[in-house]
Design a protein around this ligand. Structure first.
Ligand code: HAX
Length: 388
């Protein structure tokens, strides 16, 4: 296909739009629909929300849910990969404690790759998934300078419990924390092929950089405030509201809109109803923390904000999105520092992005893989000659 053929259906309106809506490939792990939101391998997320992260990682890599035997085997497989190579903690000990946790995560992933890379797409993707809970737990410990009595990594535990054991916060209910984190991970693992971090990770991998370098690139993309860091901003927004009185919440929302600030936790680029990932987190919150002050606020916000946002016909989806409740739940279980919230998003996405990298590198085009990414940019003076 020549350049002109490739551009046949494009107009100059498609240029300089961040590839918005321009089809560039196929995705085997997930897709998003306006009504049901994200689907993993054909299953709507509402059907998967309460399953274990391990089973959903299996789904993303094998394109089918495991039966009991496969599930047990896969957990053992991840356990066998989980041990961190020597040298990771020495690198974490050198990082600036005021650096953003997403930058720590990116460097941590690079470090894992420098210390033990197999140069095999699937092996490295699964090794990274198996090692990430311990890495992230250590990032908390070193960044917070809590270096004494770090528990040994118990590889026989589920992925989430390996993280919570490493962080080892006092005065918390670990079982509830594990439950919230498990749900959080499942809901955030994948979101189609074209979101910025996934696209960035696959683009880096298309040049045959390692899985680790590709994933560090993906995490850098995720760290931006317009992308993954929105979940941090969303909880900071909820904290600013400071009330669950409906009239006061409505005044607050109107005040934000008048000041031309976003009403965080509402709206979506693709969805046209409430995000099922928000619905699932509200259901969990009603069960574990119905009387939490922040939960009371978002419960009221979920009723009020869509009504107010609907008054503006420009806003295509006034309903709650995935970020509305996640910070409140994480805060409730003892993860109170919102600066870390995007690292949980990153932890989850390592599964979806890893699976998509493996697909693009080893499955697509009859196993030959997708060529190095090379979209076309047109010199401004040539635009009219090529299209329109
Ligand atoms: N508050 C204020 N204004 C909003 C809004 C909201 N919650 N949702 C949409 N708008 C505005 C947009 O900024 C846009 O304004 P302009 O025409 O002046 O640019 C207009 O309404 C039309 O927007 P849209 O077509 O309905 O939605 P977009 O695809 O442009 O934007 C966003 C989707 C999620 C970025 C948007 O709804 C928003 O800014 N929401 C608040 C921030 C937020 O919650 N971010 C987390 C997103 C979670 C996510 O997507 N995860 O995958």
């Amino acid at each position: 296909m020549g350049d002109e053929d490739t551009l046949l259906n494009l107009t100059s309106a498609n240029l300089n739009t961040g590839l918005r809506g321009v089809p560039v490939g196929t995705c085997r792990t997930s897709f998003v629909t306006p009504e049901q939101g994200v689907h993993y391998c054909g299953y709507p997320i509402s059907e998967l929300a309460m399953m274990s992260p391990e089973d959903i990682i299996f789904l993303l890599f094998h394109k089918e849910l495991p039966d009991l035997e496969q599930s047990v085997e896969f957990r053992k497989n991840l356990q066998s990969r989980g041990a961190l190579p020597d040298g990771v903690e020495e690198v974490l000990a050198t990082l600036p404690v005021n650096g953003h946790p997403m930058d720590w995560l990116s460097i941590g992933i690079h470090t894992l790759g420098m210390l033990d890379c197999k140069n095999d797409w699937r092996e490295d993707a699964l090794n990274l998934i198996a090692r990430l809970p311990r890495l992230l737990g250590l990032i908390f410990r070193y960044r917070e300078e809590r270096l004494t009595n770090i528990p040994a990594d118990d590889l026989s535990l589920p992925l989430v419990a390996r993280f919570t054991n490493t962080v080892d916060l006092t005065d918390i209910d670990k079982a509830v924390m594990n439950r919230v984190l498990s749900t959080y991970l499942v809901l955030h693992m994948d979101h189609g092929g074209g979101n910025l971090s996934t696209f960035a990770g696959k683009a880096v991998a298309s040049g045959h950089a390692t899985v680790y370098s590709s994933m560090a690139g993906a995490m850098n993309a995720l760290s931006g405030p317009l992308h993954g860091r929105a979940n941090q901003s969303c909880f900071e927004f909820v904290k600013r509201i400071g009330t669950h009185d409906p009239a006061e919440v409505e005044n607050f929302v109107r005040g934000e809109l008048e000041a031309r600030r976003p009403v965080f936790g509402f709206g979506h680029a693709v969805l046209r109803s409430e995000d099922p990932r928000a619905t699932a987190q509200f259901e969990l919150g009603e069960e574990i923390c119905p009387d939490d002050e922040y939960f009371k606020t978002i419960r009221v916000l979920r009723e009020i904000a869509p009504k107010v946002l609907s008054e503006n016909p420009k806003i295509r989806n006034p309903n709650a999105n995935v970020d509305i409740a996640s910070g409140t739940l994480l805060n409730f279980v003892g993860l109170v520092d919102a600066e870390y919230y995007t690292t949980f998003f990153g932890w989850a996405r390592v599964a979806g992005i890893g699976a998509q990298i493996v697909d693009e590198r080893t499955v697509m085009r009859d196993g030959r893989g997708i060529p190095i990414y090379r979209p076309k940019y047109i010199a401004e003076e040539q635009t009219l000659r090529y299209i329109d």
